[in-house]
Design a protein around this ligand. Structure first.
Ligand SMILES: NC(=O)c1ccc[n+]([C@@H]2O[C@H](COP(=O)([O-])OP(=O)(O)OC[C@H]3O[C@@H](n4cnc5c(N)ncnc54)[C@H](OP(=O)(O)O)[C@@H]3O)[C@@H](O)[C@H]2O)c1
Length: 337
């Protein structure tokens, strides 16, 4: 009997949370669906290792590798041309690629929060205000963190809308963005959308990403396309190696396990962290709230589970941010097309 086909596009699955997510989706759906994974990656060697791993453990899963540097609009457009030639529809897109180049700890703010502020627990839960990010710009003059975490994904989605719409003629299509508890309105300056000036480029990028998802959902729901937001919690991956080297994370691991009794968003492993990302794919998109984050949590009693948290963004704010992102995207698209 022919199984129903499920075509899923991924960014950021060559390491960390994404790498485990792909494996978990394969385990979950390979018996009920003919899975086709469209894996976009900037490093084709890493992509080929992933393809090999899937071929060994999940031989029914078909994989197409497409070279895309999500921080580079030209590379995205070239990749999308190849994707459109290969696929006629897309069930789901996982927008998981992300960078957080940490320059230094913000000791002043950490000490201030610990000594004067009752909000220290919140700071440790979200990481907001603990680090300064490096202010690098890409060849288009855009802050690299913004270009990778938001702009590239926005352009990719716009290019894939026809494939998502084609799928939505039969069943609903899903877009799943990976955000962070670090996302906060406090990091956002309406006069500096890409955060060229501020020290919180990562928090800003994830906040703008959430606003973009909310407005995207609003605009495309009537066409059967649903956009949702997943928060993986905090897990030790290459991303967190910018904060502390791996050996220090492992020395602190017993303490982190204890802290997790109070802060269940301390998921710690990529397996635990991708819980909410997988969970979203198992839900009917119509039942989900586009204005909430779906957060991975881990506890001794409950194991891995997903909780819903409302995002502090009004529809007007989401609309305004989305329009600003689209203006930058349009400028770059007219440069490269
Ligand atoms: N780890 C955490 O605690 C945590 C917490 C909250 C949110 N997140 C989010 O979770 C997502 C996955 O992060 P992770 O922790 O798994 O980190 P990771 O191990 O560093 O994985 C990041 C992934 O993004 C890809 N990537 C980065 N820049 C790219 C670019 N320009 N073009 C194409 N791919 C690019 C990386 O590709 P390469 O293999 O080529 O580098 C890698 O596959 C990110 O969006 C991150 O912001 C993580």
């Amino acid at each position: 009997m022919d199984l129903p086909e499920k075509v899923i596009l991924f960014t950021g699955v060559t390491s960390g949370i994404g790498l485990v997510l792909v494996e978990r989706i394969a385990c979950q759906f390979e018996k009920t669906h003919q899975l086709h994974f469209c894996v976009t990656c900037r490093n084709m060697n890493k992509g080929k290792s992933l393809e090999k791993m899937l071929a060994i453990n999940h031989e029914s899963v078909q994989v197409t590798l497409i070279k895309v540097d999500i921080g580079d609009v030209k590379s995205i457009l070239e990749g999308c041309n190849k994707i459109r030639k290969r696929f006629s529809k897309m069930d789901c897109m996982y927008l998981n690629a992300g960078i957080m180049p940490v320059k230094s700890f913000n000791w002043k703010n950490i000490l201030k929060s610990c000594l004067l502020d009752l909000n220290a627990v919140e700071m440790f839960r979200t990481g907001y205000g603990m680090f300064n990010t490096t202010q690098l710009v890409n060849d288009d003059g855009i802050n690299e963190v913004f270009a990778t975490n938001v702009l590239g994904h926005y352009v990719l989605v716009q290019e894939m809308i026809p494939l998502l719409e084609a799928n939505a003629q039969k069943k609903l299509s899903q877009i799943i963005w990976t955000t962070s508890a670090n996302a906060t309105k406090d990091a956002y300056n309406p006069n500096d959308l890409t955060c060229k000036l501020g020290p919180n480029a990562y928090s800003n990028s994830k906040y703008v990403m959430e606003a973009t998802s909310i407005e995207l959902n609003e605009r495309y729901n009537s066409k059967g396309i649903y956009s949702q937001i997943a928060d993986p919690g905090t897990a030790i991956t290459s991303l967190t190696l910018g904060i502390l080297p791996m050996w220090i994370w492992y020395i602190f691991l017993p303490i982190l396990w204890m802290v997790r009794l109070l802060l269940p968003n301390l998921t710690l492993t990529p397996y635990n962290a991708c819980q909410s990302l997988l969970w979203l794919l198992q839900q009917c998109p119509e039942d989900l709230d586009p204005g909430s984050r779906y957060c991975s949590q881990t506890s001794l009693l409950k194991g891995n589970y997903t909780v819903q948290k409302k995002i502090d963004i009004t529809p007007g704010e989401a609309n305004s941010i989305y329009n600003k992102v689209s203006v930058i995207a349009e400028e770059l698209l007219s440069k490269y097309t």
